[in-house]
Each structure stands twice: as C-alpha cells, then as structure tokens.
Design a protein around this ligand. Structure first.
Ligand code: NCD
Ligand code: ZN
Length: 350
C-alpha cells in the first residue's frame, strides 16, 4: 500500500507515446510545452498532407528540432502515416535508418486529418508483413468508421472486426492499440500475452462521457475516441496503476485553436501537454498508487518500444495547488489547456 503521506516522488523522466505537435506556428508554441517535462515523444503523422515517406519524416523532424529549446534535450520519435499506396521498402528503410520509430494506421475517416487513411486492410498487408519481419511497431487508431456503428461502440467493434483478424494473420506484428477508452480494450490487451501494448491518455483517466454532455456540452472535452461510461474510465485507471507492462502513457495531446473547437462542427482533440504530469500524479495519488506512476509514464513504454528508459529524472512535490494557464497563446490563436476539474497539488521540477 502506498504511503498516504508521500509528498515527494522522483521518477525517471517520462515519455509521451502518442503526441500531436502539428506544424508551423502551432508547432512552435506546443513543442516546448511537451519538451519541458518529457524526454521523448512518438509524433503523430496526421499533418495536412500527412507524413507518409521517409523524406517527409526527416523534414518534419528537422522542423520540430528547430523549435525545441536546446536545453530541453528532447527527442521526437517519428512515425509514418500508412496509406494504401505506401511503399513497404520505404517504411522499412526509414525504420532501419533510425528515422521512423513506428508506423501509424488510421482507418480512413476515423478522426482529425485521417482522410488519407486505410479503407481496405488487404492493401496494407505487404507493409504490415514487412514491419513484422523487421520488428517495427504499428500504432493503431482502434475505431471502425462505419456510419451505422454507434460512436460509443466503435472501439469494441474494431477489436473484433479488425484487430483480432489482423493479429491472427500477422501474429509477429508488434501492435500498440492507442488511446484505449474501454474495458473491452483493457481486457483484450490484458488477455494477449505477446506483441500487443496499449497507450492510455491523461484525460481518459479523468473524464467520462458525462463530463462532455451532462449539464451543457463541453467541446474542450470532446476527443476521439470519445470518452465512455464511468465503468470504462475506472477500468482504464485500474490498468494504468496496475504496473502491467503492456499499458503506458500516450497523452494524445492534440491542440486545436479555440475557434476550431467552438463552432457548429467542432474539432476533436484535448490539449494536455502542459499539465499532464501534475494530472497523473493526482490520479495515482488518489488511487493510492503513486509508486506505480513511474512504470506507467517512464518505464513500460520504452520497454515495449525496446528502448532504454531516460537517464534523467523529474521530481514531483505535493503542496498548495499548482496554477497552470487555462490557455496557451499560439501564432494561430489561443489553445485551451485540459481542465481536470480538480486542483493539482503536484508540482513538477524537471
Ligand atoms: C487527434 C487530432 O486532433 O489530430 N484528435 C483527437 O481527438 N484525438 C486525432 C486522433 O488522435 O484521433
Ligand atoms: Zn491522437
């Protein structure tokens, strides 16, 4: 049992295994927010146009490094966006050259900027087989997109209709089911002994669908996959605090300027890069599981990706509530920072 009076915790520097940094002025504003506390991050490739080829990833990585403060010692881990036209040899070459850590599978139309995603899984089978052979991980947005499937069921249906057949066909492929939101996904990952991991976001450990919809609609809590019932949130917390190596942090911090969130058809995405570690410390503290925070945010991810954990550390200290700005300013406009709905007592010293 954790010490209820614990007031200080030093852990290996965390990594973010699912992050959107965007480009241009937005990139310049949000990259330092992540680099402040995190050592590395898996960078999502859903730019417009997407990061598809090795050369795109090289250029994007250069643009990221140009805006990360030198003192931060932050390393972006690049991903390639799989399309039905992807050339398997380019993906494997990018991995072998240390350019692309993983590739990302978006079902076409599943989420923000996924129009170039995959409609027909058999079209990407050659690249997935090549990735399995090379040991290159596949990050998956695990939702079906059929309009007849209820949006709250899309993750569970994806597991049955896409993930299980895929893993049966290519069992050696190392898959990360990203931003899991359901008990179904937690159970599936837990029951799968090999080659399957899952990321969990900060906000899905904190909000359920009532936070989005009850007592007025709150667009800043709208993201994809959409938050589910409370029992699913509890299952996610149990997975995160369990220490089980297959579950690790991927914030899915996904900035959109306020005018893009607050409109008739608002964008999906929660921006949590600024206050994620304070939020997580609060969640783990309330659950009596602070000693498991390091596994979730700093150890399990590198182990799955076959990378060493970071050498440096961060220290979290409990005290008076820490104030985070409600917004960050970007060259494109203001971005609202995730509001967990409770005071954050844990300060981060990186
Ligand atoms: C992400 C975005 O805005 O790029 N949005 C989101 O709601 N999570 C895309 C994604 O990861 O689904
Ligand atoms: Zn995402």
């Amino acid at each position: 049992m954790a010490d209820k009076n614990m007031t200080s915790l030093t852990i290996r520097r965390p990594d973010d295994w699912h992050l959107h940094l965007r480009d241009g002025d937005m990139l310049a504003a949000v990259a330092p927010e992540t680099a402040r506390h995190f050592g590395r991050a898996i960078i999502m490739p859903n730019l417009v146009p997407p990061v598809v080829r090795m050369e795109d990833a090289v250029a994007y990585r250069d643009r990221i490094m140009a805006v990360v403060p030198e003192t931060a010692n932050f390393q972006p881990l690049m991903t390639l966006y799989l399309t039905e036209e992807t050339d398997p040899s380019d993906v494997i070459a990018a991995h072998k050259a240390g350019i692309a850590t993983a590739a990302k599978l978006y079902p076409a139309g599943a989420t923000t900027n996924s129009a170039s995603g995959v409609k027909n899984m058999s079209a990407v089978r050659p690249v997935l087989e090549a990735m399995a052979e090379a040991g290159m991980p596949l990050c998956v947005h695990g939702e079906v997109t059929n309009s007849e499937i209820d949006i709250f069921d899309r993750e569970a249906v994806f597991i049955d209709k896409v993930l299980k057949p895929l893993r049966k066909r290519i069992p050696d492929l190392r898959v990360i089911m990203e931003h899991v939101t359901t008990q179904d996904a937690v159970d599936y990952v837990r029951d799968t002994p090999k080659n399957l991991g899952a990321t969990i976001t900060t906000h899905h450990l904190i909000i359920n669908r009532n936070h989005i919809l009850a007592g007025g609609i709150r667009p800043h809590y709208y993201c994809l996959p959409v938050a589910k019932r409370e029992r699913h949130r509890i299952a996610l917390v149990q997975a995160a605090i369990s220490g089980d190596k297959r579950f690790f942090l991927g914030t899915d911090s996904a900035p959109h300027i306020d005018p893009a969130k607050l409109q008739e058809c608002g964008c999906a995405g929660v921006f949590s890069a600024s206050n994620t570690m304070s939020c997580l410390a609060e969640v783990f503290d309330v659950a009596g599981a602070l000693p498991k925070l390091e596994a979730f945010s700093s150890l399990n991810g590198p182990a799955f990706y076959r990378l060493p954990p970071n050498d440096s550390t961060i220290t979290l200290t409990k005290g008076e509530p820490v104030d985070y700005p409600t917004h960050i300013q970007t060259g494109e406009g203001p971005v609202t920072v995730f509001d967990p709905g409770f005071p954050l007592h844990w300060r981060v010293d990186a």
